[in-house]
Design a protein around this ligand. Structure first.
Ligand SMILES: [Zn+2]
Ligand SMILES: [Zn+2]
Length: 286
């Protein structure tokens, strides 16, 4: 079941809780592009995220609207936890072979440079470039998986520092922490406020993908198209170690691990939970 632009926009909306609309076209060089933008706001006041599919490469380019000055300024004032997610996602992109271009007020920065956040943001240029890809060689589904992977990484980095608290805050009770589960099943799964943070969850999935880290299952492949995107996110630091520290900053790369519903349930059969390595070993028993 091939992904398309609409499933990409829908998936990004579902993961981030932020409604995206999508358009697509071809540039003067004949390269295909897909573009996401926030659906519920005037385009000029927000931004677009354009993914250009070139020869063996994908470029995802963030463009603020012409009247997005306030938004850009607010992004530059993102809190420490948000900045951490932004930097972590971009570091994961670099480790996966991408180049990051990032300029604030016309000055280039490395994403992990603290100086990035010191003066008010008047302009922001941001893009992720990934070359040396096997793409456009006839496997449409594989191509779209790569498009989705790189687009979602750029999207979660941007969303991490967007001023979204107006939607109800990071601990909003209305946000389901485990997507795709019936109401009753949710209660049996240990939840905590860190796993509940949708942006962290979206960042973890953008970094790690939808495949279970313990058993390797991709629910969409294993079952059917309805199961695409069905994955849970497990917090590896026991809550007893975090306690009630409200200033605790979760690391979406190392602490939030995608697990399928089976492995996640097994992980929580013990307190503290089984580690991902332990879950892996269990399955390799003869
Ligand atoms: Zn699993
Ligand atoms: Zn868990």
């Amino acid at each position: 079941m091939p992904l398309n632009l609409y499933s990409l926009a829908n998936r990004m909306s579902a993961e981030t809780g932020f409604a995206f609309a999508g358009t697509e076209g071809r540039d003067d060089d004949g390269n295909r592009w897909l573009e996401l933008r926030p659906a519920e706001y005037p385009a000029g006041q927000t931004f677009t995220l354009r993914t250009v599919v070139g020869w063996r490469r994908i470029d995802v380019i963030f463009r603020p609207g012409n009247f997005a000055g306030e938004l850009v300024e607010a992004m530059g004032q993102a809190g420490e936890a948000s900045r951490h997610v932004f930097c972590t996602v971009l570091a994961a992109c670099r480790d996966a072979g991408a180049e990051i271009s990032l300029s604030v007020n016309g000055v280039k920065y490395s994403p992990d440079d603290d100086a990035l956040w010191t003066s008010p943001w008047r302009s922001l240029d941001f893009a992720i470039h990934r070359g040396m890809l096997t793409i456009n060689e006839g496997d449409t589904n594989a191509d779209l998986c790569q498009i989705e992977q790189w687009t979602s990484r750029a999207a979660v980095a941007v969303l991490a520092i967007l001023p979204l608290e107006v939607e109800g805050g990071e601990s909003s009770e209305t946000v389901p922490e485990v997507a795709g589960l019936p109401e009753g099943a949710r209660t049996r799964i240990e939840v905590n406020r860190y796993e509940r943070d949708r942006r962290n969850r979206a960042a973890a999935i953008a970094i790690h993908g939808y495949r279970c880290k313990a058993c390797g299952v991709d629910m969409g492949e294993r079952y059917c198209a309805d199961a695409i995107g069905l994955i849970e996110v497990h917090h590896t630091t026991p809550i007893s170690e975090i306690g009630s520290d409200d200033g605790y900053i979760v690391d979406p790369r190392n602490e939030l691990i995608p697990l399928c519903p089976n492995c996640h349930s097994v992980a929580h059969r013990r307190t503290p939970p089984f580690s991902v390595d332990e879950l892996r070993d269990m399955q390799h028993r003869p």
